[in-house]
Design a protein around this ligand. Structure first.
Ligand SMILES: Nc1nc2c(ncn2[C@@H]2O[C@H](COP(=O)(O)OP(=O)(O)O)[C@@H](O)[C@H]2O)c(=O)[nH]1
Ligand SMILES: [Mg+2]
Length: 212
């Protein structure tokens, strides 16, 4: 018997950052090395970008569909980000948590604040900061898919997003991808061992005690 054999509830790993801080790269690298980690696919009204895959990067819908999903209570959280709606479908999350699977969320501070209210026990939140303003701007400019206007707006948005760093359980300054990745794995591994998630511990300890 090892810790890994003991049943536990899954956890919700939230990664937030201003765009350009390297969060997407970190998330993709994390998924490569953590094959059991699932991704929460958000619903959005933002237009699909070249290279994005429907149903994998986002579920792309129009405003009417988004509103009707929202009004039906389909979302665990939702927010308006840069003029577009984004929402997290609730059903896949509860299914995963109950069966001990961990889910990764790429959502903003508004969504995280809602999850703190509804799901604090399940939540592990990490805020990713860029090492400097210059580094942030460089990363935004190197992404050819965004227009100069968008880059400008996202720089302004970054300042607003960063204000919310204190609402997260963990903060990472992403100057080195490998180092940041190692930190995220350390957080994930420790949080997986948290007593309160480990629903199988009671039975394990009971049978241990019975044999003593
Ligand atoms: N609250 C919330 N935010 C989301 C959701 N999905 C994506 N976001 C956030 O919306 C922002 C814009 O995402 P995106 O359109 O992919 O552009 P990006 O900034 O280039 O990643 C990012 O901060 C995401 O974390 C969601 O379901 N809920
Ligand atoms: Mg993104």
């Amino acid at each position: 018997m090892t810790s890994l054999d003991i049943a536990r509830r899954g956890l919700m790993l939230v990664l937030s950052s201003p765009s350009g801080a390297g969060k997407t790269t970190l998330a993709n690298r994390l998924l490569d090395i953590e094959p059991t980690l699932e991704v929460s696919v958000s619903v959005t009204t933002r237009p699909q970008r070249p290279g994005e895959v429907k149903g994998k990067d986002y579920i792309f819908v129009d405003d009417d569909i988004f509103r009707s999903m929202r009004d039906k209570g389909d979302f665990l959280e939702w927010a308006l980000v840069f003029d577009h709606f984004y929402g997290t479908p609730g059903k896949p999350v509860e299914d995963a948590l109950e069966t001990g699977r961990d889910i990764l969320f790429d959502i903003d501070w508004q969504g995280t604040a809602q999850l703190v209210k509804t799901s604090e026990q399940d939540l592990v939140s990490i805020f990713v900061l860029p090492p400097s303003a210059v580094a942030l701007e460089e990363r935004l400019k190197s992404r050819a898919q965004d227009t100069a206007e968008t880059v400008k707006r996202r720089m302004a948005g970054a300042s607003n997003e960063i204000q919310h760093w204190t609402e997260y359980g963990y903060v990472i300054v992403n100057s080195d991808i490998d180092e940041s990745l190692a930190s995220i794995r350390a957080i994930l591994n420790a949080e997986r061992l948290r007593r309160t998630r480990r629903v199988g511990l009671e039975g394990f300890v009971r049978s241990l005690q019975a044999d003593l």
